[in-house]
Design a protein around this ligand. Sequence first.
Ligand SMILES: [Zn+2]
Ligand SMILES: [Zn+2]
Length: 327
Amino acid sequence: MKTAKLINRKVEIINVEKPEFEGSGAIIKVLGCGLCGSDLVKIKHATIETEKNIVLGHEVVGVIQEINPSNKTFKTGDIVALGHHYPCMECEYCKNGSTSMCRTFKKSNIFPSGFSEYIKVDDNHLKYTVYKMSDELENDEKAFLEPLSCCIRAIRRAGFKYNENNKKFSALVIGLGSIGLLMLKGLRAFNVQAFGFDINAERMKIALDDGFSFDENKKYDVVFLTAGNSKAIDSALKSVIDGGKIIVFSSVDDDIKGFSNNEIYYRELSIISSYSPHPADLKLSSELLNRKKVVVSNLSTHYSLDNLAHAVDDSFNNRIFKAYIEI
Ligand SMILES: [Zn+2]
Ligand SMILES: [Zn+2]
């Protein structure tokens, strides 16, 4: 079967053995996989030494091809989307709710990678990270399960609870790539007043057309940083209310210039980060997508697996909003 691999720092499609079903977990025939900003970061920073361990693609939608018939939740033929890492739910990190710091979480993954014709998942994936997706969604919409769940975790870490009256709170998302727009849509589903800003006019327009706005003179209760650019830190500090929260949600290339100690101290700001989803966030993400509380139609540009390198190139050069690889 075909799978994507980084070879000499280039994305290549190679042939490997199809993973075999060994009685536990499941074999999933991949229908498609979204290209995540974190895949681009991995490609950009890969070295010849590290590239063999890089797993490209994790925003998977697929159909269960082989599974133990005793599984009570899933059966052959189910269309599912999934998260690639699962927590143990028993260690101190998991007990504290920091499931993405769990060492099992960090080690676990799908095999061989989301950009493959077939993947193998473990029983714990089936238990914690795999969800059935509605037939009423297009496959590229189903593939938003994992990225939306990451946003939901960030929204929850900002202190918002789903189905609570959050209307009096305002949030600004700085950086309106696909994940920034998804954050806005998630905030709207949580009933938070959601505003967005991007220096790129095209991206700004997508958010405006979706009903979001930006008010330069307003101070926001929470600012989400999804821009992947350290300059956005200054904008966050300018836009947040005294006593407010800044949610760090992306890596930056130039990590030298941090937050100002005194500004954080005298303004009593909370700087909180959010990394990857908790199983509960994947669950809520599946519900919001399946019930169309968050609509992600027409956001993705489709490519074939053979054209993955092209999708990567278009994404690096901001020619497209979000790439979805049909497999
Ligand atoms: Zn992702
Ligand atoms: Zn754990």
